[in-house]
Design a protein around this ligand. Sequence first.
Ligand code: 4AD
Ligand code: MG
Length: 429
Amino acid sequence: MKFFIKDAHKHVGDSVTIQGWMYNKRGSGKIYFLQLRDGSGVMQGVVEASIVDEEVMDQAEKLTMESSVKITGKITQHPKKEDVFEMSVREIEIVHIAEEYPIGKKDHGPEFLLDNRHLWLRSPRQLAIQRVRDEIIRATFEYFHQNGFIKIDTPIFSTNACEGSGDLFYTDYFDTEKAYLAQSGQLYLEAAIMSCGRGFDFGPVFRSEKSKTRRHLTEFWMMDAEVAFCDLEGIIKVQEELILHILMRVLQNCQNELNTLERDQEPLKKIKGPFKRMTHAEAVAELQEMGSDITPDKDLGGDDETILTKKYDSPIFVTHYPAPVKAFYMKRDEDGSNCLCVDMLAPEGYGEIIGGSQREEDLDLLKKWMGEHGVSEKGLEWYMDLRRYGSVPHSGFGYGLERIVGWVCGLKHVRETIPFPRLMNRLRP
Ligand code: 4AD
Ligand code: MG
């Protein structure tokens, strides 16, 4: 049976083999302390000249940082610390001796680490972030599946923009036309829920926004959710439940990871429903009082979101943005000036993590809003059809996975939340 370091507590006294990498080494001559990692955890292996042959000591001496090894020995419990286990090493099989490893113990700048992202991913901090990311994905699927949603896969190639044409990536689609890369699967999900009632998608999306902020990637992972027979209030409830479910699961299952990241958990533990609510107009008034130069006709800027979300412990729902700053598909209030939309802003200065709205279900009004936004009907005939055959009030939202991971892990920049970040100035490794 394959042994994993995380299961060491079940194997005290057993002879087992760790297959992994050498994270660090101390000692010389008579005793070596090997820090071994196998992807499931880190454990110290002790190699003592009084126990093993000279040949094993020679192998230990040869091991360099990040060399790959199979190490066999007996699991022992730390004499003083209850949850710490060690291996008393008996055999060392070298799989590969690593060249001098470029990432050392000293501090490296972010650009150097990003250039070496393929290696940096091995660090305990980076692995902890990926584990939290995995837990958030798992909790998301779990929440939706417990609540009657089915996963619908939406396409990446399409002929139209979902979120405005300003930041679309495209490619030649053979020699017939251009294909745009998805900014969100929402429009297709709207079609699908007229079949299944409630659905969600989860996949990579692309935006060529020329933003070099701590919140922007050019390729990121979005989850869109959509519900038939649901208004703005209904979709706000789904958003809140989803985020509470995610926080509950991360706090329950990622204690080691949050500790590795030195994340202060109090602000996360404090979060309870119902979340704080305000309209865009109310947010603008508060921001102006705090010294922002925002005006009622403008979208919230990154700095506005930062100062507003530092003020409250709870995530904030900001609703009713002016129609010109939002998308063509949003339903509007009575006089058509504000959208029935809702963004969720995460606390501690993190800002927008979710964007959503009720959708315009009336064909004539949809056409009118498309006209106002300069969105061509060509290519969206199928989308308008949804308003021709059994149209219903419906609402949905999309979250940015990396923004949520960044917030939950307490990171400064989203670039650490995705294994291989794509930024305006970075396409490799
Ligand atoms: O607010 P957005 O643009 O909303 C939509 O795309 C809707 N179609 C979603 C829907 O209603 N189904 O994007 C949704 C979320 C944002 O709230 C943010 O968390 C994230 O996606 N996001 C980004 N994350 C990283 N880098 C970027 N450049 C992002 N742009 C948006
Ligand atoms: Mg948005």
